[in-house]
Design a protein around this ligand. Structure first.
Ligand code: 13P
Ligand code: SF4
Length: 304
């Protein structure tokens, strides 16, 4: 089938089935042509919480679809490709979380949304890269445990010097492939460029950035800036969207290694297939969902 035909077919099915498509900014950029909402993890979880559609097709990774299901238990949530896991989310399971908590007792636990439903169910509050600093600040404690991303947790600690952020040693392999040398080399070629980085990067990388923020915050900053050149220090999907939206500016991907393979599984064909055959329905054990929802709700309410 031609691409335009696939797009038409997806749009038709969306209407017929009262479905919406949510697309993360790291997805293949063509997915935006059928998406109802595209953006960062926080924005997409807010949309998942308030939609009145019957079906949510999540063009993203597994934990995002799981989060949507927790927030909208009566809706059908579909993940077009089951292989789309998040390597960081899989770095901590329930037992590892319990051991981490046992070593650091009576300290509130913040979990990055990039985590399984089970892990969320035994944490106190959730966060995304967009609101992590606000979430930790909102707790008002001197210490917090932060799982699973040690780099996002460390970054939060640099922003809140009065809080001791004790981090679990998880990380995003895609962002860790970006090295400080990559920025230094690009800066030699583009000395005037603004450097925009995601807080999942290593701290030696974020140190070199002019701005650190979520994928949506990076896009907003680049669009609003008077500068003409930007070195983008996160996954390639952000560069693809900026190039599409701002053809008069130059966007340089910091490294060709900054591609998350799991975010790139979904194609338009997969989304069509998902709407035609209900592939793949994501469910969460109701007992776990019940506990995880309060963790996510606390975060959504801070940002409401
Ligand atoms: P956001 O910046 O969109 O929250 O996402 C980062 C990420 O790695 C999602 O998997
Ligand atoms: Fe997970 Fe990193 Fe891929 Fe995001 S970019 S889905 S954190 S592996």
């Amino acid at each position: 089938m031609e691409k335009t035909q696939i797009i038409e077919e997806i749009k038709k099915l969306k209407k017929e089935r009262n479905a919406i498509i949510l697309a993360h900014t790291y997805q293949n950029v063509e997915i935006d042509e059928v998406a109802d909402f595209s953006g960062d993890s926080l924005y997409l979880s807010q949309q998942a919480a308030k939609t009145d559609a019957d079906i949510i097709v999540f063009a993203g990774v597994y934990f995002m679809a799981e989060t949507a299901k927790i927030l909208s238990p009566d809706k059908k949530v579909l993940l077009p490709r089951l292989e789309s896991g998040c390597l960081m989310a899989d770095m901590i399971n329930l037992q590892q979380l319990r051991e981490f908590k046992a070593k650091n007792q009576n300290i509130p636990v913040v979990c990055y949304v990039n985590s399984t439903a089970e892990v969320k169910s035994e944490c106190d509050i959730c966060c995304t890269s967009a609101n992590a600093v606000n979430v930790v600040r909102s707790l008002g404690t001197k210490e917090v445990l932060f799982v699973p991303d040690t780099y996002l947790g460390t970054y939060v600690g640099t922003q809140l010097p009065d809080v001791k952020v004790i981090t679990y040693p998880g990380y995003c392999p895609t962002h860790l492939r970006i090295k400080p040398e990559d920025i230094i080399q690009k800066k030699q070629v583009y000395p005037d460029a603004m450097v925009l980085a995601h807080p999942e990067c290593h701290k030696e990388v974020t140190k070199l950035a002019d701005f650190v923020g979520s994928t949506t915050a990076i896009i907003k900053k680049a669009k609003e800036s008077d500068k003409k050149e930007f070195i983008i220090v996160t996954e390639k999907g952000v560069v693809d969207r900026l190039k599409r939206d701002c053809p008069d500016k130059e966007f340089i991907l910091v490294s060709q290694k900054a591609i998350c393979p799991n975010m790139k599984w979904n194609t338009l064909e997969d989304i069509l297939n998902s709407l035609q055959n209900d592939t793949y329905e994501i469910n969460v054990d109701p007992q776990i969902a019940k506990k995880a929802i309060s963790t996510i709700d606390r975060m959504v309410n801070i940002n409401a």
